[in-house]
Design a protein around this ligand. Sequence first.
Ligand SMILES: [Zn+2]
Length: 426
Amino acid sequence: MQIIYSIIIILLLSGCQSTSKDPIIEVPENTAEYLYNIQINGFQIINETVRNGQNVGEILNQHNISFVDIDKVARLSKKVFDLRDVKAGGEYTLMFKDSATIKPSYFIYEINKVDFLVTKLEDSIQVYLDKKDVTIKEKTGSGIINSSLWFAMEESNLSAKLVNILADEIYPWTIDFFRLNSGDKFKVIYDAKYVNDEFIGVGKVHAALFHSNNEDYYAIAFNELGGFEDYFDENGNNLRKFFLKAPVSFTRISSRFTKKRKHPVTGRWKGHFGTDFAAPIGTPIYSTADGQVIEASYTKYNGYYVKIRHNSTYTTQYLHMDKSSKKLWSKKGIKKGKHVRQGVDIIGYVGRSGQATGPHVCYRFWKNGKQVDPFKTKLPEATPVNKSKRMEFEKRKKIWLEKLATINYPNEYFDADSIEAVTLQF
Ligand SMILES: [Zn+2]
């Protein structure tokens, strides 16, 4: 009910506005044209941006959709997308069946570059999610690092994103990214994702070579566990340790282990004894090592969480899970005493339960009863490529190493005063 109330209140405050400034695109009738997987021949299309403080109810009402229908849209969308997540600056499209109609037949909101929400406003109202086609192209890149500028470029563009994958997902235990030297360099083979020829992000990294402190560190993606793809060096040694690098396939590390930080909710300064991995709601969470569940429960601050004992030395905990994890727990018997396998058994789903600002897993790690940062702790080794998979690994390795050898490093004589810390070649 909350959604409907907020829509009506804002409508009353802002009243009706003229929409005469809307840019209108007329679609010719001859060939079948599709937009958002809807055939749009003869349609009039309006592309607009959500303004500050504007919500879906207001937009629809401006276009002559009745309150009764807006109410239906609000109720139907609850199952697929929370309309309160429609953001100012977000793009939406209105489709009018022909120029004579005063009411749009469709309202489409772009949730991100791939996913969109479709609201069909004619006949019986329908609300559903759909996706644009994503094309994947294999690309290569290389870079040289000027360590003094490492932090300055971390936020920026594609190069930063790739370097973050190298730092957070592939080499977090192999290379200390806070102690790189000027002149350290890397090569990488990765998937680039495109929607309608527009680059939208980096996908999987297949192989990499990082040259740091005069040593070469190879990383070759290989599916050893049958659930998670790991990275191995040229000798088949696992680059991760006894523990997985992360309990989820994550978007980014939103907060690292620290002795002192400002709490995002309370505003108070205190230590953060965990690593936060941001990931969309519903992303599966895995135990980072084999172990036995000692708690699967709920508290006000932790939300839904699971705690796992791996051996007499190590224990891990996973916080802020989605409420849907409860169903999984009862279905899969995730409770005290249950044995779970590293990277294979799902122990919950990413959520924002308890004291959490956004969807993420707070991953906590104990060694001998003391909370520590797993990225800065000496951990036991993981096993190398299994004998039964060795032939397959060697074949894959050969392909990737040959490809890596064909990539050149960018100009190695870089200007120390240059603001471009990493140069990538595409
Ligand atoms: Zn946390």
